[in-house]
Design a protein around this ligand. Sequence first.
Ligand code: CA
Length: 238
Amino acid sequence: MQSPHILIVEDELVTRNTLRSIFEAEGYVVHEANDGEEMNRLLNQEPISLIIMDINLPGKNGLLLARELREKDNIALIFLTGRDNEVDKILGLEIGADDYITKPFNPRELTIRARNLLGRTRTPVEDKQPSMVERYLFNDWVLDVNSRSLISPTQESFKLPRSEFRAMIEFLEHPGKILTRNDLLLKMTGRELKPHDRTVDVTIRRIRKHFESHPGSSEIITTIHGEGYRFCGKLTSE
Ligand code: CA
């Protein structure tokens, strides 16, 4: 099996060195970037499958870089953040980070999250289903598995970040079933739910935003109060 390539985007040398030794010890090939420019250059050169990114960077900050990244790519992304109010920004801006971790971080927690996100141990949901379903059709919408795109009844196409894509697959594989926040988080990021974790709710809100732009689609994912979420769409075959 090939070692996954990971890119650390962080301007603090000490943190970068710490991260490098943590991930090298786990068998990753580690690349380092000091800022967004270096990040983009490395992304063009190396087969990077995961980015660990600080928010406060020289030049464009991490939030801006993540937004640009999302416009062209579905690469897995974990944010490093120093402050709690940055967590709000990450979730509030809805840029589709797959996960975040606060400094000072626990090396073990970080590597577990990275591994889970890359799907190497628990393989929460493979990004391509073993059933080889390529397209899910429901309520005039399509989820295209290969391009990870959600296509609206008017043929608008939204490329979903990994967390939203994995949540949609889980819903479509379990129509009508109530999925708890813990179920969904595990599938999305491979980690267990902790108190006050709003990652799932924010991700569902982002998914719903796509549906809400079309009449009759707002009830596709419903909230089951105190329990979780349920896919109430109608699946059809090609
Ligand atoms: Ca920094």
